[in-house]
Design a protein around this ligand. Structure first.
Ligand code: 4AD
Ligand code: MG
Length: 430
């Protein structure tokens, strides 16, 4: 039976057999140092010429980068080793000697690495990021499950848009037109009226011609939707959820954060409650900070969000945006109908908006007005109006962009590394 590298601590002093790949190799002529990885971790194998059979030494000498093999050896605790352990190798069984590997020790450009994304995934850095991504998903689901939310899956092929028509992916659905979903929200509202507190987790698509470090064409969203929950209470759930996620990553992914050289002290501060400022206050802040041309009624761009975030060491909610810049379904503030009961959550350190959410319009007449103002065809949106006609209740929800959250928690320069196979402007391969 094979042991895995993550479990070697339980086998100190024992002989184990690992299945893995050669990540790197150094040789002094008398000793070969085999850097091994097996998908669960990394360990150094030490092969001493005078202590193994000549064939074993020969076989090890043939190993190229990314060759696959079985290794047998004794686990030794070594506090100088990054993993805390080394393997004194007795035997090597080659599965395949790999062809010359394209990703070498030297620096490679981003385009080259993206073209080889299927291989790039094997590096410690990419492994750490994908491990943290999985932990973030796990923690979110654990949090929501504990709070009594039910997972509901919305469709991916849809007849209409949720977040506006400018960035829809069009496809044919036999003789009809269809679109890849931009957000499951509208369906989650239907589900909330059936199951009360629900959430979806799935891929969403935006045909956005933006080439920024925050935009993907295909990204994953977590979208909770809650019946009988109003704006302020939704913010409380958001800040609790995000604090929980960050604290779980700190607890369970210490090694991965270290691999990424993440400044943990910044994450440790991410504890609820988060500061809240209104859109109006954010505009004043921007004016004070030199963005004197910014006019009330415009939407914030990345530089504005970054500037606003600099004033806080936790994520900050910006609430009550002008109705004009936000989606058709957001509920106007009853005291001030020119703004809506919404909030964007802006991450620290320049990562921008990671959550968008709002209270939803619950009045059928107002919703019909919005359809007209936004040119939404009643045929396609009749069902959504029905939700306001048959037992309408106050309800709120939000969408957390997984990749931006991963980029922030991992401290990455770009969202392209947060998803195994990113879909970006001009990139569909591999
Ligand atoms: O703010 P957005 O567009 O909100 C919605 O789609 C709502 N219907 C969600 C809801 O209330 N259920 O998107 C939500 C989040 C953003 O805050 C951002 O984190 C992420 O999705 N996001 C993107 N992430 C990567 N690439 C893109 N092109 C993104 N667009 C949005
Ligand atoms: Mg948004």
């Amino acid at each position: 039976m094979l042991t895995t590298i993550k479990d070697v601590a339980a086998h100190v002093g024992q002989e184990v057999k690992l299945g893995g790949w050669l990540y790197n190799k150094r040789s002094s002529g008398k000793i070969q140092f085999l850097q091994l990885r097996d998908g669960t971790g990394f360990i150094q194998g030490v092969l001493v010429k005078s202590q193994v059979a000549p064939e074993v030494w020969e076989d090890a000498s043939k190993l190229t980068q990314e060759s696959s093999l079985y290794v047998t050896g004794t686990v030794r605790q070594d506090d100088r080793a990054p993993s805390g352990f080394e393997l004194d190798v007795k035997h090597v069984e080659i599965i395949q000697v790999a062809e010359e590997y394209p990703i070498t020790k030297k620096e490679h450009g981003v385009d080259f690495l993206m073209d080889h994304r299927h291989l790039w995934l094997r590096t410690p850095r990419q492994r750490a990021i994908l491990t943290i991504r999985a932990e973030i998903i796990r923690a979110i689901q654990e949090f929501l499950d504990q709070k009594g939310f039910t997972l509901v899956d919305p469709p991916v092929l849809t007849p209409s848009s949720c977040e506006g028509t400018t960035n829809l992916f069009h496809t044919k659905y036999f003789d009809e037109d269809a679109f890849l979903t931009q957000s499951g929200q509208l369906y989650m509202e239907a589900a909330a009226m059936a199951l009360r507190n629900v959430y979806s987790f799935g891929p969403t698509f935006r045909a956005e011609k933006s080439k920024t470090r925050r935009h993907l064409i295909e990204f994953w969203m977590i979208e909770p939707e809650m019946a009988f929950v109003e704006h302020e209470q939704s913010l409380e759930i958001q800040e609790q959820m995000l604090s929980y996620v960050v604290q779980q990553v700190l607890k369970n992914c210490e090694r991965e954060l270290k691999t990424l050289d993440r400044d943990i002290s910044k994450l440790e501060k991410v504890q609820a409650p988060f500061p809240r400022i209104t859109y109006d206050e954010a505009v004043e802040l921007l004016h004070r900070e030199g963005f004197t041309d910014f006019k009330w009624g415009e939407d914030f761009g990345a530089p504005h969000e970054t500037k606003i975030a600099e004033s806080f060491d936790k994520p900050v909610f910006i609430t009550h945006y002008p109705t004009e810049v936000k989606a058709f379904y957001m509920k106007p503030d009853p005291n001030r109908p020119e703004v809506v009961l919404c909030a964007d959550l802006i991450a620290p350190e320049g990562y921008g908006e990671i959550i968008g959410g709002s209270q939803r319009i619950d009045d059928p007449a107002l919703m019909e007005e919005r359809y007209a103002a936004h040119n939404l065809p009643l045929e396609a949106y009749q069902w959504y109006l029905d939700l306001r006609k048959y037992g309408s209740v106050p309800h709120s929800g939000f969408g957390l962009g997984l990749e931006r959250t991963v980029a922030w928690i991992c401290g990455l320069d770009h969202v392209r590394e947060t998803i195994p196979f990113p879909r970006m402007l001009n990139r569909l391969y591999p």
